[in-house]
Design a protein around this ligand. Structure first.
Ligand code: PEP
Ligand code: MG
Length: 574
């Protein structure tokens, strides 16, 4: 059986599947027979010990990975052993007498609600810790095994309904050979993380969860954008041969990593890297990169239980700025909302989160959080060539408001005699059509811009980037996308200010010649796309790219453009 989806890389992996189903349960108020209370207390105690042990093991794994998010392990163990809650649970089991799952749920939920209603943000954050610990404790009580993507016992391909950024942040990179999900798209954050970690992923493969069981062999064929279930030995051999050929071609691609991204007729395209975590420590790669075009700072806020402090952020930003020295590091301020949710911030639920309080809108609503981040960023700017970029800007109003806060903080730092870069550049992401259309009017106000094509396409085509059902409407080769990019390129060229592209389109080997042809000279992409992008650039001529752009912009549909791009690729293959 073959299941179609969209793949993040043209690789083939074959392996045993492991279904990832996060634990959920419905707890009913159930009473026990009196004589069973003591036995039930024993079951509760055993569940508690098992949960404690799981946390200890998780702590060791995270420590080995030098993860910065280990604090929650001890905090969760403390909650498990909290003497007051423990006593209340035991009393409920014995007094009801109730089953332990109901006692645990009642006691934990009562404290969770109390914490959530507290005005103090730190106490509020404890509410989501309680929820997490409660679910772990209940799972251990029911004897359900832990399904945690950070520690997998053997190599496998993960199949899941959907993965969220918090699930994908601490993936076991050694054992997870591939990811197949029912939902998701190429620009979802799961896809972005998979590319960053170089794990092949097939998204939107509807039916995969019903088609496989743990241990089944599955083939993830990134070239045909499909998952193959139940292949016979002969078919497996064919896929193995195909995988071997792809690997040989990738060896050639890898040789390009250290080359300069110069076209065959000597036009330089700056290739910057997108980073999604401060854990980037590949100093050996820095000489072959033209800086960081997108530092997705929100990943510092995800997969943890509380807001990162100013000091923690300062250290993370300073580290990256220091690694890249004089090369630009574009720090994007917090871009939460849409599919990136932070439970401990307890943000109001919205019917249309992608059209709601996202990115800069949220930061202007929560100035306390924004100020902490900007202070950390400005302090880090003394250690390299850091730039500040605001996401999800709709009009010049928000830019003025955000810039004013930057200026306020600069004044504060001056008064405190704290060093920062007095000439720090402040720019915007262009990802909302309204701001793209007034670029010529606002260009004097901003220092630079970077186009977030993932969101720009979603808003231009009115198609949710996460919703598989509208994937055919989300057309990143839509002529409208390239027209907007062409117009932006000419506005920025005339002003001499830098315009880059940092959405997934920038690292798409098919699209690169067209982007260069319309005048884009800076592209920012996942580190794993750099070698392939250089291979494309080194094997094309700018004159031909310009001719391609002219022809493509004349086309009416995405598929006509794609056809042209494929022909260009065939002609210019090394
Ligand atoms: C984009 O929208 O293209 C972008 C780079 O930002 P993100 O994918 O993080 O929304
Ligand atoms: Mg975006």
């Amino acid at each position: 059986m073959k299941l179609k989806g969209v793949s993040t890389s043209p690789q083939i992996v074959i392996g045993e599947v492991m279904q990832y189903v996060p634990f959920t349960c419905e707890v009913e108020p159930r009473q026990l027979e009196d004589h069973k209370a003591a036995e039930e207390v024993g079951l509760y105690q055993r569940a508690k010990e098992a949960a404690f042990l799981e946390l200890s093991v998780l702590g060791e794994i995270l420590e080995k990975k030098e993860s910065s998010n280990t604090d929650f392990v001890a905090a969760h163990q403390e909650i498990l052993n909290d003497p007051v809650m423990d006593q209340e649970i035991r009393q409920m089991i014995e007094g009801g007498p109730y089953y332990a799952d109901f006692a645990v749920t009642s006691v934990f939920d009562r404290y969770r609600e109390l914490f959530a209603a507290n005005k103090n943000a730190l106490i509020q954050e404890r509410a989501s810790d309680l929820q997490d610990v409660k679910m772990r404790l209940l799972r251990c009580y029911y004897g359900e095994p832990e399904k945690n993507l950070s520690k997998i016992s053997k190599p496998c391909i993960i199949a899941a309904e959907e993965l969220f950024p918090s699930d994908t942040l601490c993936l076991d990179e050694e054992n997870i050979k591939g990811i197949i999900t029912e939902k998701g798209s190429l620009t979802s954050h799961t896809a972005i993380i998979a590319r960053t970690l170089d794990i092949p992923a097939l998204l939107g493969a509807e039916g995969i969860m019903g088609a496989v069981q743990d241990g089944d062999r599955v083939i993830l064929d990134g070239t045909a954008q499909e998952a193959v279930v139940g292949a016979d030995a002969k078919a497996v051999d064919r896929y193995l041969e195909k995988a071997g050929n792809i690997e040989k071609d990738m060896e050639i691609t890898r040789l390009y990593y250290k080359k300069e991204p110069l076209t065959a007729d000597d036009v330089k395209i700056d290739l910057r890297v997108n980073i999604a975590s401060p854990e980037f420590d590949r100093t050996d790669k820095v000489p072959y990169l033209d800086g960081v075009g997108l530092f997705r700072s929100e990943f510092l806020y995800l997969s943890r239980k509380n807001l990162p402090s100013e000091e923690e952020q300062f250290l993370a930003y300073r580290k990256i700025a220091g690694i890249f020295k004089e090369k630009p590091v574009v720090l994007r301020t917090l871009d939460i909302g849409g599919d990136k949710q932070v439970p401990y911030m307890e943000l109001p639920k919205e019917d249309n989160p992608f059209l709601g309080i996202r990115g800069l809108r949220l930061c202007l609503n929560r100035e306390d959080i924004f100020r902490t981040q900007l202070r950390a960023a400005l302090r880090a700017s003394a250690y390299g060539n850091l730039m500040i970029m605001f996401p999800m800007v709709t009009s010049i109003n928000e830019f003025y408001a955000a810039k004013k806060i930057v200026k306020d903080i600069e004044k504060e730092l001056d008064e405190q005699e704290i060093a920062y870069d007095h000439n720090i550049k402040v720019g915007i992401m262009i990802e909302v059509p309204s701001v793209a259309l007034i670029a010529d009017q606002i260009i004097d106000e901003i220092d630079f811009a970077s186009v977030g094509t993932n969101d720009l396409c979603q808003y231009l085509c009115a198609a949710d980037r996460m919703n598989h059902a509208v994937k055919d409407y989300y057309q990143d080769y839509h002529p409208a996308v390239f027209r907007v990019l062409r117009d932006l390129a000419s506005v920025f060229e005339a002003s001499g200010k830098c315009l880059s592209i940092c959405g997934e389109l920038a690292g798409d080997p098919l699209a690169i010649p067209l982007l260069a042809g319309i005048g884009i000279r800076t592209l920012s992409m996942n580190e794993t796309s750099i070698a392939r992008a250089k291979r494309v650039i080194c094997n094309m001529r700018m004159e031909e790219a310009k001719a391609l752009a002219e022809e493509a912009l004349d086309r009416k549909s995405n598929w006509e453009i794609e056809k042209l791009l494929r022909e260009f690729q065939e002609k210019n293959r090394e």
